[in-house]
Design a protein around this ligand. Structure first.
Ligand code: G4P
Length: 536
């Protein structure tokens, strides 16, 4: 029996059922708000790991064996994004990891293009922090539904009503609490489930390594044991009731309200409520709009788009992984798909799933799932793959860079390796490489949204291609796309440099933002387009 016969085995009804049970999402947070801890507790509650701590342990193991992870280890951050898949209540969760370090990188944005919703984690003692705000803005531009988790109530926390206020005023989302904390710090007893009118009382376990035992109580029972913490919590709930702050699916899906959950990832209080929310509120994979805005039905021919490319994740492998999200159809390893950009066939023999640092061969996948293609040198970020009816999904936005630096090879004897490294890292989207057409690779400008991208670039060029690079800094403050006619005029003005990007676009770099603003006002006929109108 050929593989082709096996593809037909998944009937449309089964395919739709598989898609309907997928939940593909990411967790976003300011560093230290508790994203990693919450991820561990998700895995623990779903039965995917037996004790919390294994995700970090895995990350540690990975750092020891992989060379460019040295950078990750010394900075104490997570640079790679992986997808984790686990089952909970008959649903298949795809949790895409967003890098959690304080520097931005384009990776984070790209991951958010591949999910159907996000869980935003806030530290209940701190509220909204700068990075949460920035990440949230990306969610807003994509209309992503956001569930909020107020974390760390096992520590002295701010008044939860004050936190709701902050969500409303700073990110302009109407908060609708689904659970409400009873007490904080040592007195944190559990959470009220506002929709079911029960109190979940939790008991701490040693170091929070195992699931916290939960006891369900009526309000009368809770009042008898809860003391002043219970009374305060009920006062809060009465207020919420009075203003009608109830979970509303429609406005959540439209991105205008956010269901709020309270708890403590460390002690596993309220985490199961949040997992249930992912099942009940996060939408299953929708038809993904193609370039013309027409949604491809999830039971159409298999299709996927590449949202991330990453090389040399592990020294022992020395390979390159292209991560694709399945958008429609039944994916089976071995099937031949078409790359929309080139029209060329793509054999999917080397498909794998990635769980932390570990990977295993994937035999099949459904809409919402993430598949890693090993050594798929033909694939680029933003590529569409399809089988059956042709489709092209909109490319992933590249982001308006805010940081620039000059770069030049330190060892001119290794220019071949330098060029090869540039090619690989540019294609992976590690940084944007800008060239002066007259000077080639000897004088480059790199552009990025986060400083860390430059560091990763320099580290990898040296570690993987043995081609050390010197980052020389740059006086530029702003960038715009332009055209040949405008470029001629711009060349006559001081403090502006005209360069070419890898995709052929002509760009103008400005030493001074104000000069750019003056030009926009004084010479409106010049073409000076923001690089990414969507996010700039
Ligand atoms: P991140 O991925 O968002 O950066 O945060 P992470 O989970 O690594 O958590 C950052 C710190 O906050 C960790 O402490 C973690 O234990 C702690 N934390 C997370 N959730 C809670 C919570 O609900 N309550 C309390 N009290 N602490 C929490 P650390 O000391 O930096 O690391 P570790 O030594 O505990 O691993």
């Amino acid at each position: 029996m050929g593989v082709a016969v096996a593809w037909c085995v998944v009937k449309s009804a089964d395919l739709l059922a598989e898609a309907a049970r997928r939940r593909t999402f990411a967790i976003i947070s300011h560093p230290d708000a508790g994203k990693t801890t919450l991820t561990e507790k998700f895995l623990l509650n779903a039965g995917a790991v037996v004790t919390a701590g294994s995700v970090k342990a895995k990350a540690g193991g990975r750092s020891a064996t992989s060379d460019w992870m040295e950078l990750e280890q010394t900075r104490g951050i997570s640079i790679t994004s992986a997808a984790m898949q686990f089952e909970y209540r008959d649903h298949m969760f795809n949790l895409l990891d967003t890098p959690g370090h304080k520097d931005f990188s384009e990776d984070t944005y790209r991951v958010l293009a591949a999910v159907d919703a996000v869980v935003m984690v806030l530290d209940a003692a701190k509220g909204i922090e700068p990075q949460t705000l920035k990440l949230f803005e990306v969610c807003r531009t994509r209309n992503l539904p956001v569930i909020t988790f107020l974390n760390k109530f096992d520590r002295p926390s701010r008044d939860p009503l004050e936190l709701l206020d902050e969500i409303e005023t700073q990110i302009r989302l109407r908060p609708t609490p689904a659970t409400w904390p009873v007490g904080d710090g040592e007195d944190f007893l559990g959470v009220i489930d506002r929709r079911r009118n029960v109190f979940s009382r939790f008991t701490r376990t040693a170091r929070g390594a195992t699931m916290a035992p939960e006891e369900l109580m009526s309000f009368e029972q809770a009042a008898a044991i809860g003391g002043s913490a219970w009374k305060r919590a009920m006062d809060g709930c009465d207020l919420l009731e009075a203003v009608g702050a109830d979970v509303d699916l429609e406005s959540f899906l439209a991105g205008s309200s956010t269901p709020v959950y309270a708890g403590s990832a460390l002690t596993d209080f309220g985490v199961k409520h949040l997992l249930d929310a992912v099942v009940e509120l996060v939408p299953p994979p929708p038809p993904r709009p193609d370039r013309d805005g027409v949604g491809r039905p999830v039971d159409a021919g298999t299709s996927a788009f590449v949202f991330k490319v990453q090389a040399n994740m592990d020294k022992s492998h020395r390979d390159r992984l292209a991560f694709a999200r399945i958008c429609s159809g039944h994916f089976e390893r071995g099937m031949t798909m078409t790359i929309a950009r080139t029209g060329r066939p793509f054999a999917t023999k080397y498909a794998s799933t990635v769980f932390g640092a570990e990977r295993s061969t994937v035999e099949e996948a459904f809409p919402g799932d993430v598949v890693g293609f090993v050594n798929a040198t033909d694939l680029r970020i933003g590529d569409t793959l399809y089988d059956g009816d042709p489709v092209t999904f909109p490319g992933l936005p590249s982001f308006a860079p805010e940081l620039f630096t000059g770069a030049r090879p330190l060892d001119t004897g290794r220019s071949k390796q330098f060029r090869r490294g540039l090619e690989v890292l540019e294609e992976e989207g590690v940084v944007q490489v800008l060239r002066d057409p007259d000077m080639g690779d000897s004088s480059l400008v790199l552009a990025a949204v986060g400083q860390l991208q430059f560091e990763v670039f320099a580290h990898r060029l040296e570690a993987e291609f043995n081609a050390p690079v010197e980052l020389t800094g740059s006086p530029y403050q702003a960038i715009r796309a332009t055209d040949a006619a405008s470029a001629e005029r711009l060349k006559t003005i001081g403090g502006i440099r005209i360069l070419r990007r890898g995709d052929g676009a002509t760009v103008a770099l400005f030493e001074n933002k104000y000069r750019l603003q003056r030009l926009l006002a004084d010479e409106p006929e010049l073409t000076l387009t923001p690089l990414n109108a969507e996010f700039s």
